[in-house]
Design a protein around this ligand. Structure first.
Ligand SMILES: *Cc1c(COP(=O)(O)O)cnc(C)c1O
Length: 228
């Protein structure tokens, strides 16, 4: 199977999931997770019509973004961000999906101000006990969001989660929980609406879409198994 074939299959499944819950397929964007794959593979996906890519390491992404500059591609940072990589991340990425502390957000805000950019971001939320150690606890989400909206050089667009690895059926309540957290915030803060929900990967993106995902992050199903 070529990347173009994989892409069209994923697009079909994405559209079918949208139809099941009467959503417009234009309300869901596919983030092609190209981590560990070289820029010529990214280029192949781009030729097949994919324009949005996700990377989890700033340094690795930097080389690819430079190599593919001028092709109209968009890049999301989906991995955790270390403070010493923040400047590069602000320069390179269109969206940082992994903001999970006020300290990190303040740093990104300062750097965005220095480079004259208004930085789009998502807040990563930690759901369930087994989840990665990254992400803000749901109990602290509202207070973090309140502080983030005070920072002038940030565009807070929504929430992201990497749920515990419990399988494609049992994961669904976590997707629902992220949507409920966003909807709860939006009900209480109609002036500061969060639109995006980044959730769902290769194994479970259809149920994520059924639960409201606006960004699905898909690597393996598109590019094949990663070596590293
Ligand atoms: C690697 C990665 C993905 C993609 O996972 P697949 O199972 O290969 O689709 C999605 N989100 C994040 C944060 C990742 O690091």
């Amino acid at each position: 199977m070529s990347i173009a074939d994989n892409l069209s299959q994923i697009r079909q499944r994405l559209e079918q999931a949208c139809q099941r819950v009467e959503r417009s397929s234009s309300s869901v964007r596919l983030v092609a997770v190209s981590k560990t794959f070289p820029s010529d593979i990214v280029s192949e996906a781009a030729k097949a019509g994919q324009t949005l890519f996700g990377e989890n390491r700033v340094q690795e992404a930097g080389a690819k973004i430079e190599a593919l500059r001028g092709q109209g591609l968009q890049w999301h940072l989906i991995g955790s961000l270390q403070s010493n990589k923040a400047r590069k991340a602000v320069e390179l990425f269109d969206v940082i999906e992994s903001i999970d502390s006020l300290e990190l957000a303040r740093r990104v805000n300062d750097l965005a101000g220095q480079v004259g950019k208004s930085m789009p971001l998502l807040v990563q939320v930690r759901l369930g006990d087994e989840a990665t150690k990254h992400g803000v606890d749901p109990a602290n989400l509202d207070s973090l969001l309140c502080r983030l909206f005070e920072l002038p050089n940030l565009q807070v667009q929504g929430l992201m989660t990497i749920p515990p690895f419990v399988g494609p059926v049992k994961v669904r309540p976590y997707f629902r929980q992220l949507r409920e957290l966003r909807d709860g915030w939006n009900d209480a803060h109609p002036e500061q609406l969060l639109k995006e929900l980044s959730m769902g990967m290769s194994a479970d993106f259809e149920s994520a879409i059924e639960e409201g995902a606006t960004l699905v992050r898909i690597g393996t199903a598109l590019f094949g198994e990663r070596q590293a």
